[in-house]
Ligand binder design. Sequence first.
Ligand code: GUN
Length: 292
Amino acid sequence: MKLVNGKKIAVKMLELTKERIKNLSFSPSLAVLLVGDDKSSQLYVNLKKKEAEKVGIDFHLYKIDKNVTDEVIIELITFLNSDEEIDGILVQLPLPNHIDRDKIIASIDKNKDVDGFKKENIENFISGDENVIHPVFPKALMTLAENVINNTTKKKAVIIGKSDIFTKALVATGARIGLDIVEVSCTKIEENKHIISNADIIFTACGTPNMLSNNSIKEGVIIIDGGISIVDKKTIGDINVDEVKEKASYLTPVPGGVGPVTVACLLENLVELSIFNSKKDIISPKKSRNNK
Ligand code: GUN
């Protein structure tokens, strides 16, 4: 079994993004809202900042106290929505429990939703709209799969996920590249073991360590592990390498698999949005942008 080097794939993607930015007449800019003091979120945001700045993106971090109200966050997002200098807005998740996540995400302008988290954007993506931003997490999982498999047509795939809108977006992404893909809920693995054991590609996004073992998978299967859990202060995925290494052909490790590719996909999305938004602005061009 080979471990897929997500960092290496991300580096290549980031190089392309850097080249694209060099050819623009402006620096794309990203606003990131970090609410509270969740340690993992701080780490993820720092990583996004580092990579964004390396490729030439203006990164604006808004650190917000954990006791903030929904209204204050929405007020800031409303301001950023109308700020021509900002191309994308990202609200780092999870948010503190008292905050209404859906309401916050809904307040982001659909053309600045760099994560592709807005319900309206995901629904349009699922219904096949080519002009809507590709949700970052499904995009990262599929990018990794495409990196290890030459021909995805009619390959049997399963996404073991939380049966949420992201699982559905992944099914839509997979279908677009010809996969014969179905979803299985993280809580219904036992009932669906025949689907899992016949899959050529397994995507996981549960946050349940040690989810699969050699006797539940097909010989040669490719496993893309999108799960994250913190156990004994260590970040681990849904899959234990030792449990699947006899049968799987490829596995994306955690950390070092889906994570770095997710950041690369996010920054790629930002460039797409910045180009889209500047074209839309032909009537009132972004006059005050910092030209390079
Ligand atoms: N928290 C963990 N992953 C993500 C992500 O991809 N986007 C946002 N906004 N928050 C996250």
